[in-house]
Design a protein around this ligand. Structure first.
Ligand code: FES
Length: 325
């Protein structure tokens, strides 16, 4: 088949801004995007820079954006990307500075992985022979241990686009690997650290990391598991935990989300400086009719007609959670 690769090229030595270059080549139907790029590099333009190693979706080095989404080039078939003969658009990963063409600088990625202390920290006496872990515990961790640190989730993370201090999905998925390991003795300390600004509470649940992960690690789900663990462990004195608890309390009380109360409950009723900072937003909401006045006076806020069913859902969930413990 004939395919056109539209590759984003950038050479820091020329100083020219990044620009797309088109390469039309013949490739077999089974060719991957990586096969095609290597063909371009070997036979058309030897200056094209890209990373790859295993060519089997194991090493994680060939992550790049293909048709607007982070993927492993060696796992992505050209035939699936070039529907109706459209060109295949290939760009470097996002959220990381580009060194040249499709090669990005992953230093910030590795720094965040190091930041979560990616090693076991057992406490207490050492076992005579080895630490034993139950089959169930390892099964829970096996999914996250499939991570090949390719960076696809970080590339397409929407929080990182606006806040570089976010630890980001890959490192937080790795963090779960140790928080969830029964051999680790620092679970509480870890959860406390990951609950700080830039950690588990800063994920916006956009689901991009789940969608692009080529190994089914589902980093966002691991982040949500750590949030539940942090609340369970009593780490509730932070905006994220308070926000979650305020949200559920509001729904349980009236069957509705009381947005007017959500902010003071999340930030703290006596946190005057933070509340004053939010005041202009609240006023804007009020002016545009997005904040019902009755929400400002909780006694006026009536529960919805089906509130008993809503509360029954809460009771069922709590009963289920207790049997799980
Ligand atoms: Fe190793 Fe693609 S080359 S994952």
């Amino acid at each position: 088949m004939q395919v056109t690769l539209k590759v984003k090229r950038f050479d820091p030595e020329t100083g020219a801004p990044p620009a797309f270059a088109d390469y039309t080549i013949d490739v077999p139907d089974h060719a991957t995007v990586l096969d095609s790029l290597l063909q371009v590099r070997d036979y058309v333009d030897g200056s094209l820079a890209l990373r790859c190693s295993c060519r089997s979706a194991i090493c994680g080095s060939c992550s790049m954006r293909i048709n607007g989404r982070a993927r492993l080039a060696c796992k992505t078939k050209v035939i699936d990307m070039a529907r109706d003969g459209e060109p295949v658009v290939v760009e470097p990963m996002g959220n990381m500075p580009v060194i040249k063409d499709l090669v990005v600088d992953m230093e910030s990625f590795w720094a965040k992985v190091r930041q979560i202390k990616p090693w076991l920290q057992p406490v207490g006496p050492k076992p005579e022979r080895e630490y034993l872990v139950s089959h169930e515990a390892m099964m829970d961790l096996s999914k996250v241990m499939n991570c090949i640190l390719c960076g696809a989730c970080v590339s397409d993370c929407t929080v990182l686009e606006v806040d570089k201090s976010f630890i980001a999905p890959a490192a937080l998925a790795k963090a779960y690997r140790f928080v969830g390991d029964p051999r680790d003795g620092m679970q509480l300390e870890r959860l406390r650290e990951y609950s700080q600004y830039g950690g588990i509470w800063d994920c916006t649940r956009c689901n991009m990391c789940v969608e692009v992960c080529p190994k089914g690690v589902a980093p966002m789900d691991r982040i949500m598991q750590m949030r539940a663990m942090a609340i369970e462990a009593g780490l509730r004195n932070n905006t994220g935990a308070r926000h979650t608890l305020a949200f559920t309390a509001s729904v349980e009380e009236t069957g509705r989300l009381n947005e007017a109360l959500l902010v003071p409950r999340s930030l703290g009723f006596f946190n005057i400086p933070a509340l004053l900072k939010e005041a202009p937003t609240a006023l804007r909401f009020l002016r545009r009719g997005k904040l019902p006045i009755r929400q400002l006076f909780p006694p006026l806020e009536r529960a919805i007609p089906g509130i008993r069913q809503v509360r029954r859902i809460f009771q069922k969930y709590e009963a289920h959670a207790k049997t799980e413990v």
